[in-house]
Design a protein around this ligand. Structure first.
Ligand code: PLP
Length: 342
């Protein structure tokens, strides 16, 4: 990925992708170039897509947010009369999109817990939407088994891979048809832009996603594309620190009496901590100097929030902790000191 761009440069070309801000390209006579109009194509967006494609080992279409990527995937896979299966413990706005927008287009959905996907009867569904680990529930299912069962009933499998990124899990290798990601999170990594992508190795699906972006006008801007490209250059380093610290933190505070339960899927940087109630959870988040109280996850700053405040299906005292890039020992010590005071 680091050399996807630099390896193809001629002498004198810049190693970082130029931020090309243009709505129009020179285009006289019969169009003989793909660079026709800014809503279709942009060189900075293409550079970022190429970097992500190197990670996914698949063609990629970039979007201005994770939700824009999710919308594209739903719009090209589900049609009127179809049923979609989604995780009840996954990202809630995907369900809002189905419930409040796509239901009006005669697309129905069912929501079941991620851990029930393995045993579910998939025969009714045209689209199986998987999130593993789910956010915020952090439960798991086997992408390979769900994909095999989905193939048997001719359903399309879409995996939202935001919580792990293609460096930690590549759903397309495990049988999924499409991957979507909120690159706002660890992919960009610095909490300074929104972004998303769809990847697929199926040429027909790829063409549909590309067409959706072009006609719906949802190409990302060049500046956030540049930021994501820049963030990707350190993705592996950031993830290494974040995941190493997350595991060390779980080992150190796993049995802490101030915490009722701790959930960690074994990899990644997101940890679920359940405290005895809302007050204790809020005290933990707001009194630890090494925790930034905010929504979202995957950034360089360790951050946390109580997901029940968004009416997620979790306990009032459930905190989603996203481990950042702070020095491991300093972060763990700060968290231990806060837990000791609760
Ligand atoms: C798992 C997951 N998917 C998708 C999204 C939506 O991404 P965005 O906020 O970039 O639209 C989020 C955002 O929190 C998420 O956590």
């Amino acid at each position: 990925m680091l050399h996807a761009r630099s390896g193809a440069l001629d002498n004198g070309e810049p190693i970082s992708p130029p931020i090309v801000t243009t709505a129009k390209y020179a285009l006289a006579g019969t169009p003989d170039t793909p660079y026709t109009y800014g809503r279709d194509i942009n060189p900075t967006v293409e550079a970022t897509e190429a970097a992500i494609a190197a990670l996914e080992e698949a063609p990629v279409v970039a979007f201005p947010s994770g939700m824009a990527a999710i919308t594209a995937a739903l719009m090209i896979t589900a049609k009127a009369g179809d049923h979609v299966l989604v995780p009840s413990d996954g990202y809630y706005v995907t369900r809002v999109m189905l419930e409040e927008i796509l239901s009006g287009h005669d697309i129905q959905f069912d929501a079941i817990p991620t851990r029930d996907f393995a045993a579910a009867d998939l025969s009714k569904y045209a689209v199986i939407w998987v999130e593993t680990p789910s956010n915020p529930g952090l439960d798991l299912c086997s992408i390979r088994s769900v994909s095999e069962a989905a193939k048997a009933v001719d359903a399309t499998v879409v995996v939202d891979n935001t919580t792990l990124t293609p460096l930690l899990q590549r759903p397309l290798d495990l049988g999924a048809d499409l991957v979507v990601s909120s690159d706002t999170k660890a992919m960009a990594g610095h909490s300074d832009c929104l972004y998303g992508h769809v990847a697929t190795r199926d040429e027909a699906l790829f063409q549909k996603v590309w067409k959706w972006r072009k006609v719906s006008g949802s190409i990302p801007d060049p500046f956030p594309s540049f930021l994501v490209h820049r963030g990707l250059m350190t993705l592996e380093l950031r993830l290494e620190r974040m995941c190493t610290t997350a595991r060390a933190l779980v080992d150190r505070i796993g049995d802490h009496p101030a915490i009722e339960t701790i959930k960690y899927p074994g990899m990644g940087f997101v940890i679920g901590l359940t405290f005895s109630g809302e007050a204790r959870a809020e005290r933990f988040i707001n009194s630890c100097p090494a925790i930034f109280a905010s929504t979202s996850f995957g950034g360089v700053h360790t951050s946390a929030e109580r997901r029940a405040r968004w009416a997620d299906n979790v306990a009032e005292g459930f905190v989603r902790l996203s481990v950042g890039c702070e020095p491991t020992e300093a972060l763990i010590s700060a968290i231990e000191a806060t837990l000791a005071e609760l």
